[in-house]
Design a protein around this ligand. Structure first.
Ligand SMILES: [Mg+2]
Length: 280
């Protein structure tokens, strides 16, 4: 069973964790919404900005608007791929790869309200019991892409985790599908890929992107985290990555791939959580 590393540690090694916290040595993990001790969501400017600022909606709308303008050109140019290393793909149908959380559906209300510490089951429960909120601009963009004949894939690191009393080994898949449909995005189980859904689908999304690249020309990547675009950018390496990223290596990767930003790669703002939080 996969789970957020921080949750696993908290559940299995609470005593040593308390010792680490007491000694001032606190580690946070990529993808977990772990917050520093004494964190007050009501005074967290990142959370408040996403919740209240029209500027947040403006940025998201701007990102998706720019992506929509670029759609026809990338569809027409069969030599184009937004997946570094993909070649000889001119004959393949086109696809766009989206992340899910804070890219297609927003969770700011959960981030403000959930009882700390974070656990995946808390997010699962919240997702199951609330109607998903689309990120501003995503619905119009997704519908435009589908009208143009582009296939949409959704890669999420929501982990597959059994739930007591439910025979489904990955009940989070249906929840994620429901969230996307509630947000106004038409999709199905064949186009939503969760972490751990197959043994080789680690938190590192590269393996899933490479699988899609065998059958589709990937014209855009859209996400809120560096790992939605670039492999091996986490402090805790996940297969096939073997080395930890650093804050410096992450910044260098921005320069290395600079020609993609706003040109096939479209990143949404997320000041609430992400792989960056473990590499400050
Ligand atoms: Mg995300």
């Amino acid at each position: 069973m996969l789970m957020c590393p921080a949750t696993w540690l908290l559940e299995n090694f609470m005593a040593p964790i308390r010792t680490l916290i007491a000694s001032g040595f606190v580690v946070t993990f990529a993808g977990c919404a772990a917050a520093p001790e004494g964190h007050s969501p009501g005074r967290d400017l990142g959370l408040l900005w996403v919740k209240h600022a029209a500027e947040y909606a403006a940025v998201s709308t701007q990102v998706y608007g720019i992506a929509e303008q670029a759609l026809p050109g990338f569809i027409e140019d069969t030599s184009w791929s937004a997946m570094p290393g993909q070649s000889d793909a001119a004959h393949l149908p086109t696809a766009i790869i989206f992340d899910v959380d804070e890219t297609t559906v927003g969770h700011v209300d959960f981030q403000i309200e959930y009882e700390r510490p974070f656990a995946n089951w808390k997010l699962d429960s919240w997702n199951s019991n609330t109607v998903a909120t689309p990120i501003p601009g995503v619905r119009q963009f997704a519908q435009a892409a589908q009208r143009a004949g582009v296939t949409l894939f959704f890669l999420t690191n929501r982990p597959c985790q059994p739930i007591a009393g439910n025979d489904d080994p990955c009940p989070q898949k249906q929840t994620t599908l429901d969230d996307l449909i509630e947000a106004g995005i038409a999709t199905d189980a064949d186009h939503v890929m969760l972490s751990g859904e197959r043994p080789e689908w680690s938190r590192e999304k590269l393996v899933r992107r490479e699988l899609i690249a065998r059958s589709h020309r990937i014209i855009m990547l859209i996400g809120d985290d560096l790992s939605d675009f670039i492999p091996c950018v986490r402090k805790k390496a996940a297969a096939p990555c073997t080395e930890s990223a650093t804050a410096a290596s992450r910044r260098q990767s921005i320069e290395l791939f600079r020609n993609y930003w706003g040109n096939g790669w479209y990143i949404l703002p997320n000041p609430m959580h992400g792989s960056w939080t473990s590499l400050r």
